[in-house]
Design a protein around this ligand. Sequence first.
Ligand SMILES: Nc1ncnc2c1ncn2[C@@H]1O[C@H](COP(=O)(O)OP(=O)(O)OP(=O)(O)O)[C@@H](O)[C@H]1O
Ligand SMILES: [Mg+2]
Length: 303
Amino acid sequence: MKKSIDLPSYLDQSEEVKARFERLKSREVILEVKNLCKDYKTGKGSVTALKNVNFKTHRREFVCVIGPSGCGKSTLIRILAGLESHTSGDVLLDGNPVTGPGRDRGMVFQGYTLFPWLTVKKNVMFGLEMNNMSETQAASEAALWLDMIGLEKFANSYPHELSGGMKQRVAIARALVNQPRILLMDEPFGALDAQSRSKMQSHLLEIWRNVDITVLFITHDLDEAIFLADRILVLKAHPGEVQELIEVPVPRPRGAMQFNSPEFLATKARLDELIHPPVVEQDVEIEVKPHMIRFTNVEDNVE
Ligand SMILES: Nc1ncnc2c1ncn2[C@@H]1O[C@H](COP(=O)(O)OP(=O)(O)OP(=O)(O)O)[C@@H](O)[C@H]1O
Ligand SMILES: [Mg+2]
């Protein structure tokens, strides 16, 4: 059984962390979501995916969104990206309403979205060339980003020659090369094995330390959210409402040794409580019913 008695409260912050949050909140607001609601109309009626969602992200803030499957995380990020309409409320980027997709938002999804017929370098150059930048200038911009993600040696490789983690690094470079105001990431490391995933988390923090970018990152993984985020937006399902916006009390820079620190474990216990509320176990007799499928290779000693 987990011992939470010895842990501090996840609300306790060291002076250093407190000061960091004060600085963060004094920075300009990049994204503001106000009373956001989304109903999907389906053949069987209406599904409320998001209800009265409110939050702000500040410049260079890293916000993770977490919540059970179906709570509206992807709906939220698609609305922010301008790929989905909302039913009511407001989404403001730098104070201006979001009405459709735009270069001011970079996107990285779970599925690998690189163009398979273009080299790594050409994938990164693509958005710039679409925006009428000369090939020479686009190539030199792309080279800077390939250097930043540590893949300069793979500039002329094709996506199928890269590992999953490398592909996602290229996807991040491709999103950042357009100098967006915010990077929107929907479970970008969800398809990676545990080791590549943890490497990618460190890579992403390293990139974020060196780039003036605000990040909104969706994940199912509690450790990932705590390791990456300044604040964690916890949604609940049906309808998708904000349960809590948690300020992560773990100091930066972050490292693997912090996974067992009291403040990390206290935050994880709180997230666990919100996402997996305790189930009251009932005293139910386990019985074999006549309609159950029975396996003939198992000794039938249940009666
Ligand atoms: N195009 C759609 N039409 C109708 N209902 C939809 C549509 N897209 C999503 N939904 C519903 O909206 C709710 C939220 O879905 P969404 O995909 O945003 O959840 P999610 O939190 O991203 O889930 P997951 O963690 O499984 O990715 C769900 O009940 C889903 O069935
Ligand atoms: Mg989703």
